[in-house]
Design a protein around this ligand. Sequence first.
Ligand code: SF4
Ligand code: SF4
Length: 429
Amino acid sequence: MVKQIIFAITLIITLGVFAYTLTRLISYFKLTKPFPVKNIGKRISVMLSVAIGQTKIFRFPVIGFLHAMVFWGFCVILIGSIEMIIDGLAGTERILKVLGGVYDIIIATGDVFAFIIFISIIVFLIRRMFLNVKRFGGIEMKHKSHKDANFALTLILLLMVTLLGMNTAYVAGNSTLIHGIYPVSSLLSGLLASLSSDTIHLIHEINWWGHILLIFFFANYLPYSKHFHVFMSVPNVFLSRLDPLGKLPNMDSITNEVRAIMNPDMASQETSGESEPIGRFGVLDVEDVTWKNYMDSLACTQCGRCTSVCPANITGKKLSPRKIIMDVRARMKEKGPGLVKNGKDYTDNKSLVKDYISAEELWACTTCNACAQECPININHPTLIVDMRRYLVMEEAAAPGELNSIFSNIENNGAPWQFSPEDRLKWTE
Ligand code: SF4
Ligand code: SF4
């Protein structure tokens, strides 16, 4: 009973802290612009293939395979974690054993996955700490980012150690009545054979509590870490942009204006029909991004796959698509509390564009979409970059010189070239 009470108090504290974080994040989401979500069927199919099937991850076969194993392993081990919470509250032992044969399969798979994840995480840590993997570097990858990644990986490692420790002690301490099948822990249980049953029980309890407390801590650490993608990547893929990658979205407000000039009757019918007052054109700061853009920034794994294929970055330009996404998160963290507290007119005399992301970075983008193609969680960088450029052009008339002459040619000649429309057919002479 004492164990149940302690467990319940710990769980309540965990849920309380998590609810606080969630409320804070929701208040930030409320500051952002809408992002319509349609076509649920197609979204489910993208989610099954990209998130659950981990298809994009396999472009790097070896490391992708290990990552996929960690993801699938987590899905199975999650069932065991739910069982531990029920056991902790109800004072039962392995309550899901009522599932019979299915339970055996879940437990056996989880036990094997725990070992595979353990090995995979060691490989990931060695790679991060000792191999100079280029895509883990870059101006946006500060010392703090590396520390965060290593810390989260170490937590996962400890989670697997305690899970295997708990299972091993369970097998070693119950020679007759064992619920579930433990392929790895059965082998390891030989190591405890010489210990007394009291010691084995103590080892089981230490690992049981260690494992569940780590889960509780991990759940509350994740929202502040790059490893938030553990929660966010599946919903983020579900919310992927479904248009073809090369298609840039029009601005409805502008389309409507132009159509109103050309054909007043058709204007309001042909656009999406949303008649929101026009605020700012494009994106200057975090309150101008859509909630999906903000979600992308929380889901970003900081893997650097986008930056590693970016032709601008590869050829030495300042642009790094990963930095653009990370900057959205950092800027919301900085400005969000002020906006929540003081309302939408709050300003700290800084902005996402200029203070975080320079015009030079934005104009270096070729909109080739290699970054969006490569991102394992389907983040779409170019649409955000273009929205920031739209701000520069439409609000500040701050386009590069070459574009300015194109704009005036379009205005004067109806085409990007510097020739009058009357001269167009001159070449026939
Ligand atoms: S779309 Fe822009 S940011 Fe993305 S890879 Fe191409 S140049 Fe880089
Ligand atoms: S945007 Fe996508 S590809 Fe780029 S670092 Fe984040 S998760 Fe990786």
